[in-house]
Design a binder for this molecule. Structure first.
Ligand code: NAD
Ligand code: TYD
Length: 357
């Protein structure tokens, strides 16, 4: 079935990689990208597909009910939206510590607006009814951070783990996951939640560990490692996340949660050394700095459910994918230099005449 996807947050890191992935893998599908273009949204990530006949960009807020209603209710030549993939979020833990409010606005309220608009468009106002001839799907992109933190010998998170978020970011994502559950249980909205581990790859905003450290090292600036550097994250190449989301939207069961991960647990200090090794830069660039408050010690994802039930598996080996990702930043200095200097915003203004806050 040729779908029409409403991808939210598609100008961000994972969303833009996902749109590229979908247009490669499902060339007959149509994609509408709804993105507010916050500091993290960057239309340069999608420059190569601008003007494609099956892709379009709409600037706006997932919390804008009128706009979301119009997009979900619309029936122009793209056809009605049958699938929502919700990537839009405030996504950086450190920012959520400085100011949790935008995290609640977008991640919690924005998701609820999208869920409600999908309910109205797909099911009608009632609990029963709706167009049963169309296969609707709402895939909500969540994170392993909703499960909290693991001790060194704890088994990896399964979908059965309790939600024990520790940062305002993680709490806002856990809240949106619960709203998804409620919309499935109460209204029968076909919502599926995915919880993925830490992603890396091209177009990641250089506030997150890997692109920050790669670009700092390339500029000869220090790499600030929080605490003792022994916090562990489980890493996945972004295209493996995209292939898992595609499997979930095509074959996942509504009402279910699917963990996504590729068994690559790495302590931060090892990741830092690996980046310096790939770049041929000295370890003297490493600086230990104060840890982040409430810093989760360890994440690890057990992805056996998606592997067994949907036959999904990652295509990339961690070491190769890390080299590939680091190389991308080496080969695309204009991209990250414009992002780091803030100059990328001029691009939207010239393209869309938008005044950006
Ligand atoms: P990102 O910060 O790079 O991109 C977020 C995008 O959402 C940006 O383009 C931004 O402009 C847009 N956005 C923000 N608020 C919006 C709003 N109110 N309306 C419309 N658009 C809005 O984030 P990312 O790293 O690509 O993460 C995408 C999703 O994946 C998030 O939901 C995040 O929680 C989840 N996730 C991320 C990771 C990771 O490692 N980065 C891991 C697991 C899950
Ligand atoms: P980050 O990329 O912010 O992802 P998350 O906090 O969502 O896992 O951070 C990954 C890990 O790297 C986390 O343990 C915090 C650590 N970190 C640093 O040590 N220094 C930094 O400058 C940043 C941004 C992160």
């Amino acid at each position: 079935m040729a779908r029409h996807l409403l991808v939210t947050g598609g100008a961000g890191f994972i969303g833009s990689n996902f749109i590229h992935y979908i247009l490669r893998e499902r060339p007959d599908w149509r994609v509408t990208n709804l993105d507010l273009l916050t500091y993290a949204g960057n239309l340069e990530n999608l420059r190569d597909i601008e003007g494609s006949s099956n892709y379009r960009f709409v600037r706006g807020d997932i919390g804008d009910r009128q706009l979301v209603d119009a997009l979900l209710g619309g029936d122009d030549w793209f056809g009605p939206v049958d699938t929502v993939v919700n990537f839009a979020a405030e996504s950086h833990v450190d920012r959520s510590i400085l100011d949790p409010s935008p995290f609640v606005d977008t991640n919690v309220r924005g998701t609820q607006v999208l869920l409600e608009a999908a309910r109205q468009a797909w099911l009608g106002a009632g609990v029963e009814g709706g167009r049963r001839d169309v296969e609707h799907r709402f895939v909500h992109i969540s994170t392993d951070e909703v499960y909290g933190s693991l001790g060194p010998d704890d088994p990896a998170f399964t979908e059965e783990n309790r939600l024990e978020p520790n940062s305002p970011y993680a709490a806002s994502k856990a809240s949106s996951d619960l709203l998804c559950r409620a919309y499935f249980k109460t209204f029968g909205l076909p919502v599926t939640v995915t919880r993925c581990c830490n992603n890396f790859g091209p177009y990641q905003f250089p506030e997150k560990l890997i692109p920050l450290f790669v670009t700092n090292a390339l500029e000869g600036q220090p790499l600030p490692v929080y605490g003792d550097g022994m916090n562990v994250r489980d890493w996945i190449y972004v295209d493996d996340h995209s292939s898992a989301v595609l499997a979930v939207l095509e074959r996942g069961r509504p009402g279910e949660v699917y963990n996504i991960g590729s068994d690559s647990e790495v302590p931060n200090i090892e990741m830092t050394r690996a980046i310096l090794r790939i770049l041929g830069k000295p370890e003297t660039l490493i600086r230990y700095v104060a840890g982040r408050p409430g810093h989760d010690r360890r994440y690890a994802i057990d992805a056996s459910k998606i592997r067994a039930e949907l036959g999904w598996q990652p295509a990339y080996r961690f070491e190769d994918a890390l080299e590939r990702a680091v190389r991308w930043y080496v080969e695309n200095p204009e991209w990250w230099q414009r992002v780091r200097s803030g100059e990328y915003r001029r691009y939207y203004e010239s393209q869309y005449g938008a005044r950006l806050g």
